[in-house]
Design a protein around this ligand. Structure first.
Ligand code: ADP
Ligand code: MG
Length: 279
């Protein structure tokens, strides 16, 4: 993930204007904004008939490019419905989850069971416009060594080497290509009425199923000890019938690739160490 925090600050300054424009476009009554998420902006709104909805403004970065297309592709199956989309403004009108409590507060064990139930529903056969996992991995391989060096070698070389090795060797030998959500964690699944839990905020890729465990294994809000991490890895791979070596490799690769610019840097690097040492 490239460092786009500065750009995000600039983008946030345009949000109030975007909100007004969208309210006009879709004839919305504006309600309370949600507390800021990691990247985008979300606000409660009402449709002209009074029905509740959410206006989500997507922060226009690489990983979010096809967020609306992924929500549309999943067509309400375990995910909120897309009601409207404005591609120019990167604005979506979404089904609202009520009460909207994040899955992370349900406790690690319950949350893991919900995520294991959701994954096979996300794994739809998919192709363009979604970015191939192989291309994303090649991009990570290209920038990671330089980023690691310029960040002052923030973790030991062997972790970087393990990530690069996985990201170079796994792409060519993948299984069936399906839709993946590379940011499926406990705060991107919310309590709802239509189903007990619905996913929001997908960052889609197309690749093999084994990749899917990565964001869940490193999701420290579901439990942050070595035991928690290895338990999640074991349960995900065994209950979903996934190849353990490939799942481990993808998790190490994507976690290192995303580690540099996140507030979860320390637990994420620790996760990689535990996975490597448990082999
Ligand atoms: N459809 C929705 N229903 C209810 N709450 C939502 C919905 N979409 C977003 N939110 C709220 O807005 C927050 C940020 O939205 P999210 O899509 O996760 O954006 P970010 O890209 O910033 O993580 C969520 O954590 C949640 O509280
Ligand atoms: Mg989110």
């Amino acid at each position: 993930m490239a460092d786009d925090r500065l750009n995000q600050r600039n983008w946030l300054q345009t949000v109030p204007e975007l909100v007004v424009e969208c309210a006009e476009e879709w004839d919305l009554q504006l309600g309370e904004p949600y507390p800021p998420g990691d990247a985008g902006y979300a606000q409660r709104v009402e449709l002209p008939d009074g029905a509740p909805a959410v206006l989500k403004l997507i922060y226009p970065d690489r990983e979010s490019t096809h967020e609306a297309a992924a929500i549309e592709r999943l067509d309400g199956d375990g995910v909120v419905r897309l009601l409207e989309y404005d591609a120019e403004r990167w604005a979506m009108l979404l089904e609202r989850c009520e009460p909207g409590t994040p899955l992370s507060v349900a406790g690690g064990e319950t949350a893991l069971g919900v995520l294991i139930g959701l994954l096979p529903r996300i794994w739809k056969p998919a192709g363009p416009p979604f970015m191939p996992l192989a291309d994303e991995a090649a991009w990570w391989v290209e920038y990671l060594p330089g980023q690691w060096a310029s960040a002052g070698e923030p973790f030991e070389r062997r972790l970087l080497d393990a990530a690069l090795d996985a990201l170079v060797t796994l792409p060519a030998t993948q299984g069936e290509q399906v839709l993946l959500q590379q940011d499926l964690h406990g705060d991107n699944v919310l309590a709802s009425q239509r189903e007990p839990w619905l996913m929001i905020d997908p960052k889609p890729l197309v690749g093999e199923r084994e990749f899917s465990v990565a964001p869940i294994v490193r999701s420290d809000e579901l439990g942050s000890t070595r035991r928690d991490v290895l338990y999640r890895f074991d349960r995900l791979t065994s209950e979903l019938g996934l190849d353990r070596d490939r799942a481990r490799g993808w998790t190490i690769g994507q976690t290192i690739a995303w580690s540099c610019y996140t507030d979860h840097h320390v637990p994420h690097v620790e996760t990689v160490r535990w996975l490597l040492d448990a082999r």
